[in-house]
Design a protein around this ligand. Structure first.
Ligand code: DLL
Length: 433
């Protein structure tokens, strides 16, 4: 089912003309209302009237987290505070949080896009949506909540944590759609297994997971353990929250970008020059319709590429390849670029190894060291020492061969790596301390 067919199946030409019209309006508005943006555009020698084609977007200056920090908390809002009805903020591992605001119309637009996203994932108005994204300043909980209501589904606003209770509610209330981070989904699957829950007792059918990178191997693992279809959803607070892009249930391959509301670009992560369609680089978004907190060419630091092939679902929106890493998470180990999701992909493929791991990076003298701590199954752990040794060697060999970096694999007892209830922390980089 296509929820918002008029837009989602628009011919490309019509869509691009809509984008251009909205872009011109947005840029003119931002120039008028936000002195900081106007000053940046003046410094770059570009005026709103110079935006004559979609390609002209690359004449505009980028916006980064640094710009948001300089204008903390509300300096980039384009409307007076009395028109702002909601605030969210991203936690930010360092420094100030990034603060974003929404007008009534923004909340309505977001709810509509989330309803569309849920529908693309295969959810229906008669579903019971178990929303285990965290409620609060994080955009996941409330963003998904309003979308599920807009779709007409029944929402259980359970938020994250208290996993045993979640499972009881899931069983008693007949939850059919699960929303949470992929790492939390895995945590739930494990608790279900411990409690001897038979999947047949549950009505779960679809899971809509995002807010953190997760590998294809992890998707297979979650689908198997929960007996559901696992759909990837992408978004970020600065651009809106969840629902900027979503996989369709038909293909589960690449995430359709809500292009009637967001203009996506891919730029070279070093030179920031636009890359040709289809090449991989850093994702950049310009919001086309947001009122309170529009962003112009926001550099996400997420790596992806645009997929322009037609999709069997009928949507004309381009897809973005699953984001498997962001530049902030990229570890440079003895000169080799490594993403946690690449290590995850290797680990999940090895027999007896559980998908719970921690990566520890350190420096001995001038040399970087990489340690991968990973849990193994109860069976393997109680097995002969020689099997544990063989598994250790296999992990080290596979990581060396596939990622080009040597590491120390440490097998740890089942249930010793901390479980996630939201965004998982997978890396401890002691070089930064
Ligand atoms: O994580 C919004 C969200 C909530 C998305 C619920 C999906 C589901 P932030 O906390 O601002 O917003 O974090 C945004 O999370 O730049 C990516 O690095 C990462 N991220 C989000 N979704 C995905 C995904 C929410 N599907 C940052 N795959 C983004 C990989 C993702 N990374």
């Amino acid at each position: 089912m296509i929820f918002d067919e008029e837009f989602e199946t628009m011919p490309r030409l019509a869509l691009e003309s809509l984008q251009l019209h909205r872009l011109q309006k947005q840029i003119a508005n931002v120039y008028l209302k936000v002195p900081y943006y106007a000053a940046k555009m003046d410094a770059a020698g570009v005026h709103p009237s110079d935006i004559k084609t979609l390609g002209d977007v690359n004449r505009l200056p980028f916006t980064t987290k640094e710009d948001l920090r300089k204008n903390y908390p509300f300096g980039l809002f384009t409307v007076p505070m009395e028109e702002v009805v909601r605030i969210h903020a991203s936690s930010g591992t360092t420094g100030q949080p990034t603060v974003v605001g929404y007008t009534k119309a923004d909340i309505k637009m977001w709810a509509g896009l989330m309803a569309r996203s849920l529908s693309a994932a295969g959810a229906h108005p008669n579903d019971i949506v178990h929303n285990a994204y965290g409620y609060g300043l994080f955009t996941g909980g409330l963003g998904a909540h309003y979308g599920a209501e807009e779709l007409g589904a029944t929402v259980i606003p359970i938020s994250g944590g208290n996993t045993k209770k979640q499972i009881q509610i899931m069983r008693d209330f007949g939850s059919s759609v699960l929303l949470c981070t992929p790492s939390y989904a895995l945590n739930m699957a494990e608790v279900m297994e411990d409690q001897g829950v038979d999947l047949k007792e549950l009505k779960l059918r679809v899971g809509i997971f995002g807010a953190e990178p997760w590998s294809e191997a992890m998707r297979i693992e979650i689908e198997k353990k929960l007996g559901i279809k696992a759909i990837d959803i992408y978004g970020l607070s600065e651009v809106m929250g969840p629902g900027v892009a979503i996989e369709c249930a038909e293909e589960q391959k690449g995430l359709h970008i809500m292009e009637d509301h967001f203009l996506a670009e891919i730029v070279d992560p070093d030179s920031f020059e636009p890359l040709p369609l289809g090449e991989k680089g850093e994702l950049v978004f310009t919001t086309l319709t947001k009122e309170a907190f529009p962003v112009i060419r926001y550099r996400t630091k997420d790596f992806s590429r645009l997929i322009t092939d037609e999709c069997s679902c009928g949507r004309s929106f381009y897809r973005m390849e699953k984001v498997t890493g962001r530049s902030d998470d990229m570890m440079i180990i003895r000169g080799v670029n490594v993403f946690p999701s690449q290590i995850e992909e290797v680990l999940i493929g090895i027999d007896g190894v559980e998908p719970h791991y921690m990566i520890i990076v350190d420096r001995k003298g001038t040399l970087d060291t990489l340690e991968v701590q990973v849990e193994v199954s109860d069976n393997l752990f109680s097995d002969e020492i020689k099997n544990l040794e063989a598994t250790t060697m296999l992990i080290q060999k596979e990581i060396k061969e596939r990622l080009g970096v040597s590491c120390k694999a440490s097998l740890v007892e089942p249930r010793t790596i901390q479980r996630s209830e939201g965004k998982a922390q997978r890396v401890i980089d002691k070089r930064k301390f």
